[in-house]
Write a protein that binds this ligand. Structure first.
Ligand code: ZN
Length: 496
């Protein structure tokens, strides 16, 4: 058996000023291919890793034409999308028994608001008989077109994402069962007009906790997989909204019934998806009253995994202005500052503008660098392997990384944009997060199993950035209206 495994994984924040060219879609200046991709993803706890394991377990020949991914940013360049899609099409058209795809589900390209839908449609056309199984992120903005053009799709069930491997494995396994004639998968899909705030999507909390519990109870018998997608609200598309996808063995009506039941519950619980927070200056003042650290100041608005530039300095500036001490901040994406700091060398005292290199046009804010004076404490090549519980085994490359010590604050500045996904993110440059009183961390929910586990307190701060939790800031154009909670007139009738 010959299995093609491929990846084009991008969560697109349509409000982000960061471009997404082909060169950004991989660790070494572009997508990985063949053995390089195999070596990079073999053993990782993400769908790609699961697909490789599954194919090896059944002794299949594996072909990896292309594996492309990067941190969330603005729409994917059209030529990059065309090239990666074409490489997959060409590969499957040469003949194979199955295609496993590791996709996100919220990709927007310069020319297409439904990146995955467009891609799957083209692959289907290139090789109509090849069975396609897809692993998807929990934040997929699922579309009818995606559903129509694959045989099996399974999304993560957790946020923070702890089951990325399991979701991929399940998708692959169901596709193999189909090929073996054991099941006849049918996909059912439906959505409802809710735009859930990302801060209200954690699966250990209401309302997702109850919704996922209901879905899990219904996943039995011929209902083989239920994926609930609360959506990625910062991708402004016509299909951005909460949705449910089921895979049933035949029994399409059972799948439709499950979709209805889960959506009814979501609509009933819709007020739980609304997030409100105090002005961030008040949040920092509150953090100052806490007597035990580490206190995490969560810089939610500039969260890289929501498409933030990772260089918005408003919260860092506020922490210093209010006189917080023993602060750790970062990583901040700023290749220009890195060059200046590396040029100065370890031990030098320098004054440099840090961050704020991007204008945030969508929310009407110019880039605002923060001029800091301090001593260059450490310089690293920025490479390490994640040892923690999430993204375990992933090779991370932050590019050249510098620690600047300003006295009250140690700030980590680097050439790459990576979510603070593990404590190793700071330990590899000799900083122990446990010893810090405050940590300014650019994350929303995903930090919880790692930094959350060591925090004495977490203060959610909605400062400045294109990942803001305040939907009112964003100029939505494509979104289908009315939608809750943006519009008063949003209604949902779930009759068959
Ligand atoms: Zn996600």
């Amino acid at each position: 058996m010959k299995i093609v495994i491929a990846m084009l994984k991008h969560e697109t924040n349509t409000f982000s000023p960061l471009p997404t060219p082909l060169e950004s879609l991989g660790p070494n200046g572009g997508p990985l291919r063949g053995t390089e991709a195999y070596d990079h993803f073999k053993g990782t706890r993400i769908p790609m890793g699961a697909f490789i394991d599954l194919a090896e377990e059944i002794g299949a020949e594996i072909v990896i034409p292309v594996a492309a991914r990067c941190a969330p940013s603005g729409p994917v360049a059209q030529d990059a999308f065309e090239q990666v899609t074409q490489e997959i099409c060409d590969c499957v058209a040469q003949g194979c028994d199955a295609l496993f795809l590791d996709l996100h589900g919220a990709m927007v390209t310069e020319g297409c608001e439904d990146g995955e839908g467009g891609m799957l449609e083209r692959i289907r056309r290139a090789a109509p008989d090849v069975p396609i199984g897809v692993g998807l992120d929990f934040h997929a903005n699922m579309s009818e077109r995606m559903v129509r053009n694959c045989d099996v799709a399974v999304g993560y069930k957790t946020y923070p994402h702890m089951d990325m491997y399991e979701a991929g494995y399940r998708a692959g396994q169901l596709l193999l069962d189909m090929i073996a004639g054991k099941i006849t998968p049918r996909l059912s899909f439906a959505n409802c007009p809710i735009l859930p705030n990302i801060l209200r999507q954690a699966t250990e909390e209401s309302p997702m906790k109850e919704i996922m519990a209901r879905a899990s109870a219904l996943e039995t018998g011929n209902v083989l997989a239920i994926s609930v997608f609360p959506a990625f609200p910062l991708a402004d598309t016509s299909h951005t909204r909460l949705s449910v996808l089921t895979v049933t063995d035949g029994a399409a009506e059972a799948g439709r019934q499950v979709c209805r039941e889960v959506l009814d519950l979501a609509w009933e619980q819709r007020e739980g998806f609304v997030y409100e927070n105090a002005p961030y200056k008040e949040s920092v003042a509150r953090a100052k009253t806490l007597d035990e650290g580490p206190v995490i100041l969560l810089d939610m608005a500039d969260n890289c995994n929501s498409g933030g530039t990772l260089d918005a300095m408003a919260l860092v500036r506020e922490a210093l202005d209010q006189g917080l001490e023993n602060v750790l901040a970062g990583p901040i994406y700023d290749p220009e500052a890195v060059a200046a700091l590396v040029g100065a060398g370890i031990g030098s005292d320098v004054t440099v503008p840090i961050g704020g290199k991007f204008d945030l046009d969508a929310i009407g804010r110019p880039g605002e660098p923060l001029v800091l004076t301090g001593r260059v404490k450490r310089i690293s090549n920025g490479r390490f392997v994640v040892r923690g519980p999430v993204f375990t085994g992933m090779q991370v490359d932050l590019g050249r990384t510098v620690v600047l010590d300003t006295g009250p604050m140690e700030i980590v500045v680097c050439e790459g944009r990576v979510e603070p996904l593990d404590l190793d993110m700071f330990r590899f440059v000799g900083i122990e997060p446990l010893d810090k009183r405050y940590i300014v961390l650019k994350s929303k929910i995903q930090y919880r199993p790692t930094f959350g586990a060591i925090a004495k307190h977490v203060i959610e701060c909605n400062a400045v950035g294109v990942g803001s939790a305040d939907f009112g800031q964003f100029p939505y154009k494509a979104l289908t209206r009315p939608i809750y909670p943006l519009d008063e007139g949003a209604t949902f009738s779930n009759e068959p």
